[in-house]
Design a protein around this ligand. Sequence first.
Ligand code: COA
Length: 187
Amino acid sequence: MDMSDSTSTDRLRALAALLNSTQRFTGALRPICLAELDEVWQLDLRCFVDGEAYERETFNYLLTSPNAIARQIRTDKDEMAAFIVALIEIDGVGHITAIGVDPGYRRQGLARLLLLNIEETFRNRGISTIRLEVRVENHAAITLYEELGYVLVQRLNHYYSSGADGYMMVKSINQPELAAPADSAPR
Ligand SMILES: CC(C)(COP(=O)(O)OP(=O)(O)OC[C@H]1O[C@@H](n2cnc3c(N)ncnc32)[C@H](O)[C@@H]1OP(=O)(O)O)[C@@H](O)C(=O)NCCC(=O)NCCS
C-alpha cells in the first residue's frame, strides 16, 4: 500500500506492507481533498444506514477546517474504500468523529490501519488523548476500538438523534519521551 502521507512513519509503512502481504486488498492511504466531498459523503451514507450519516455540509466543514484531519484508503480501481475524519478539539483532545469502511471491503484491516494512521498524526501534533463516541449496540466498532486500546469511560444516554445511547471511549497515546535527568531513577 502506498502511504503517500507526510505523517506516515516507518512503523505504519511496515504495517501497510504487512496488510498487503496478508490480505487480498491493495490500495493507497491518503488525505481526502475537497473535490472528493461527494464521494466521501456517499460512502458515509453506505456505512451509516441507521440514519446517523452526516449531512453533506458537515463533510464540507470537515474537509475545509484547519483543525480537521480526513484520510481515505483508495482501491487500485480508484474507489474510496474507507475513510476517517477527526478534529483537534479546543481542549487539545483528538476527536475521531467518523470512520467507515465500504461493506465490500470490511474485515481486511482497513479501519485498523486508518485508526493507527490518525493516531500517529495526533502523536506528531503533540496530542496525548483521543476520544470517540460509538453506539452501544455497535459491537463491531467497540471490538475494533478495544483491540486498539480504547477504553469505555462513559455511557451517553440518548446521544444519537435516533435516541440510541452511546459510549464515550478514550485512548491515551504516548508522547516521545523527554530525556530524563540523570538522578531521576524509576521509583
Ligand atoms: C466498524 C468498521 C469501521 C470496521 O471496519 P473494518 O475495516 O471491517 O475493520 P477491520 O478489518 O480493521 O477490523 C479490525 C478488527 O476489529 C474487529 N472487528 C471489525 N469488524 C468486526 C465485526 N463485524 N465483528 C466483530 N469484530 C469486528 C475485529 O477484532 C477485527 O480484527 P479481525 O478481523 O482480525 O478479527 C466497519 O464495520 C464499518 O464501517 N461499520 C459501519 C460504520 C461504523 O459503525 N463506524 C463506526 C462508528 S463509531
